[in-house]
Design a protein around this ligand. Structure first.
Ligand SMILES: CN(C)C(=N)NCCC[C@H](N)C(=O)O
Length: 291
């Protein structure tokens, strides 16, 4: 199923795909935090996707984002909103705001000065929402951009943004096993640009984005993983949000849609072309709040 701006919104959860299935999978309701891109623009470049000389259509970004938000609601998920702050155009990428797991919250500490004030804004939201304890990370930590929960473990990216010290801090704070993975391609600067958590046991990933040692870990932990193609990765197809059955991702990642269907998932395509200009897609706009 593909949902595009201007298309009528579905009034019920998207229909099951008719493609062959290996397993019937179960969706579980989720709670997400999102930030409307009212102040979205590209005025600086802190990743290779950003080009301040290219125009951005903020109204279109808002319309595409609204469709993503309603897609989640139609799928039965709760969406909470954090107020956007003028002058913080990347705040729309809510996944970077922190990690919320087992009722505790760790707000981000951003690498670049342009995004650093976002940490306090997300911390204040976590506190108001009642997560206890809520702290701000002591080490450079870009939230769910680099920390992805897969079942009982947390996969953690490093190499461009989040530090290895932050991996230790997350392990201690949440008391969960953390597996460090090294990213090596600047286009895939956050873990969630190169790897998607699909359910408690299944991931999809793009091997060239990882160091040889990290590839060996991924092969060992997830021998049945879906492997993304260059074309899937280049449209940020792995920047996806799954509820265990429905996988919301860019409509441009056609090969990945096929692989997901074959494995019993229901790919739900959306168009976030304006937000891609900042270097993010579906997952970047979505922080999962785990109580
Ligand atoms: C999964 N997430 C959140 C991301 N991959 N984040 C997109 C961040 C984009 C921003 N311009 C930056 O470069 O920080």
């Amino acid at each position: 199923m593909t949902i595009t701006t201007g298309a009528p919104l579905p009034t019920s959860a998207p229909a099951e795909s008719t493609a062959p299935r290996t397993t019937q999978r179960g969706a579980t309701p989720r709670r997400f935090l999102m930030c409307r891109p009212e102040h979205f623009e590209v005025t600086y470049a802190i990743n290779p996707w950003m080009d301040p000389s290219k125009p951005v259509d903020t109204a279109l970004a808002v319309a595409q984002w609204e469709l993503l938000r309603s897609t989640y609601e139609v799928l039965g998920h709760q969406v909470d909103l954090i107020d956007p702050v003028e002058g913080l155009p990347d705040m729309v990428y809510a996944a970077n705001g922190g990690v919320v797991y087992a009722g505790k919250a760790m707000a981000a500490r951003f690498t670049y000065a342009e995004r650093q004030p976002e940490g306090a804004a997300y911390q204040a939201w976590f506190e108001r929402a009642g997560f206890r304890p809520t702290i701000q990370a002591a080490s450079t930590n870009e939230g769910e951009g680099d920390f992805l929960v897969v079942g009982r473990i947390i996969l953690a990216g490093t190499g461009f943004r989040t530090s290895v010290d932050a991996h230790h801090e997350v392990r201690e704070f949440f008391g969960a096993p953390v597996i460090s993975l090294e990213l090596v391609d600047p286009r895939y600067y956050h873990l969630d640009t190169a790897l998607a958590a699909l359910d408690d046991h299944t991931i999809a990933y793009y091997p060239p984005a990882f160091s040889p040692a990290s590839n060996a870990i991924l092969r060992q932990l997830f021998p049945d993983a879906i492997i993304a193609t260059d074309a899937d990765a280049e449209v940020l197809g792995l920047n996806a949000v799954s509820d265990g059955h429905n996988v919301v991702l860019t409509d441009k990642a056609v090969h990945l849609h096929e692989r997901l269907r074959e494995r019993g998932f229901n790919p739900v395509g959306v168009d976030l072309s304006e937000l891609l200009k900042g270097g993010g897609s579906v997952k970047c706009c979505t922080l999962e709040v785990r109580s």
